[in-house]
Design a protein around this ligand. Structure first.
Ligand SMILES: Nc1ncnc2c1ncn2[C@@H]1O[C@H](COP(=O)(O)OP(=O)(O)OP(=O)(O)O)[C@@H](O)[C@H]1O
Ligand SMILES: [Mg+2]
Length: 404
């Protein structure tokens, strides 16, 4: 009996010391891994800082850089300077757009119609005629416009000027020949009705450039600017399909104009709004990251954010796509069939992982836009200009409208 007890004691001791040794080894491995990740993150951060500094230096050199620059690559936004904003009379814009003729309408949004126009110096413009002027004070309108004019980046749509003539409120932008991204993802007319002509490479380039636009607003401007209404129709494409983010800050103007009522503008656009913002009104740059994730899903799947005509479970893009995004074997099944054969599995898995991180419900765990940019850079092949057949006909540059 004594011998048996001793044997059992010996076994117990051996088990305990093995377990203790194993725990020690696991702790050491975990610590080593932690150190590895830390040094990796520090390296990435150093590279990012370096990259950002270079980018800022480049922008400054090309006269497209941040205005009123603060230290460390940030833009300190200063309101009150007059530089850069052109003030137009209603008559000038009336002339530039051929009397706001129907033939010059390029789109309609919740602020009103957008018209194509040409200035007397030959510059092509897009004029947004705001039809909900309401109680917005003239000074406030101008302040907001001037603030927007100071946000300069090649990834943001340039505001050329404004008109605040009597009750008229108009915004004048650079003209983007290929219009909104949504027109190319979901073509409705012509030969490409229903099938997008945007190929994988162009979609990835658009995803990267739009991410850089948001990164600029969030991280190169002080205080950061939250877009609030990031969506595919607010990504505009120039004649070479380079993307620019538009309507940053406009959501704020919209909410003021609603005269204190909670308008749809306050909550952005259905299908793009982060859950915490929709539920609590708590707005951070991470709400934009969520909306960015939705746009990335649109680019991957070719599906609109909300479509209740789809079968049950498929109506809301994020809920439908989320379980597939992290499944390496099946993620390819949710890709837009229009892009079949154009991508590698490795790239798809990577972009799907980025999208999944952006749309996760917990805002704190969503990545920064700088991280998104870093992850997308290696996936974008640099080809000189995109050759994409245009499906929309109303953006084809026309002969200049009658000008004064
Ligand atoms: N600068 C521009 N150049 C060319 N087309 C433009 C320009 N700005 C807007 N558009 C066209 O006008 C359409 C309407 O734009 P607008 O910003 O008014 O509305 P939206 O983005 O669709 O919706 P919301 O008002 O909710 O933001 C766009 O989808 C695009 O096709
Ligand atoms: Mg818009």
């Amino acid at each position: 009996m004594d011998g048996e007890e001793k044997r059992q004691e010996g076994i117990t001791l051996a088990v305990i010391s093995t377990l203790a040794a194993l725990s020690l080894v696991s702790l050491l491995v975990a610590f080593a891994y932690y150190c590895h990740i830390r040094s990796k993150l520090a390296r990435v951060r150093r590279q990012n800082d370096h990259g950002r500094k270079n980018e800022n230096a480049e922008k400054m050199e090309h006269g497209n850089g941040p205005v009123g620059g603060g230290g460390g690559g940030e833009v300190r936004v200063m309101v009150g300077e007059k530089a850069g904003v052109q003030v137009f009379s209603y008559k000038q814009l009336h002339a530039a757009t051929g009397g706001f003729g129907k033939g010059n309408v390029v789109g309609h949004g919740s602020f009103g119609s957008v018209y194509r126009g040409v200035l007397p110096d030959g510059r092509k413009i897009a004029v947004k005629l705001m039809d909900r002027t309401g109680k917005q004070g003239e000074e406030e309108f101008k302040m907001e416009v001037e603030l927007l004019t100071r946000l300069r980046s090649s990834y943001l749509l340039g505001l050329i000027g404004y008109c605040s003539d009597g009750s008229h409120r108009l915004l004048v932008y650079e003209f983007m020949a290929n219009g909104g991204l949504q027109e190319h993802l979901y073509p409705t007319g012509g030969t490409c009705a229903g099938v997008s002509k945007l190929d994988w490479e162009t979609r990835m380039k658009i995803a990267l450039e739009a991410a850089k636009g948001l990164e600029y607003l969030h991280e190169h401007v002080n205080p950061p600017v939250i877009h609030r209404d990031f969506k595919s129709s607010n990504i505009l494409l120039d004649k070479n399909f380079h993307a620019k983010v538009s309507d940053f800050g406009l959501a704020k103007l919209g909410s003021d104009k609603a005269g204190g009522h909670v308008s749809t503008r306050v909550l952005g656009t259905q299908g793009y709004v982060a859950p915490e913002y929709a539920l609590t009104g708590h707005l951070t740059t991470k709400s934009d990251v969520y909306s960015y994730g939705v746009v990335l899903l649109e680019l991957l799947t070719g599906r609109v954010p909300v479509d209740m005509k789809r079968p049950p479970g498929e109506g809301v893009l994020v809920s439908w796509a989320l379980p597939w995004l992290t499944d390496r074997e099946r993620v390819v099944q949710i890709m837009d069939p229009a892009m079949e054969g154009q991508y590698s599995m490795k790239d798809v898995v990577q972009v799907a992982a980025i999208a999944a991180m952006c749309v996760q419900p917990e805002a704190d765990y969503r990545p920064l836009m700088a991280d998104v940019v870093q992850s997308l850079v290696p996936l974008v092949k640099h080809k000189p200009t995109a050759k994409v057949a245009s499906c929309s006909n109303h953006h084809t540059p026309k002969s200049p409208a009658t000008s004064e």
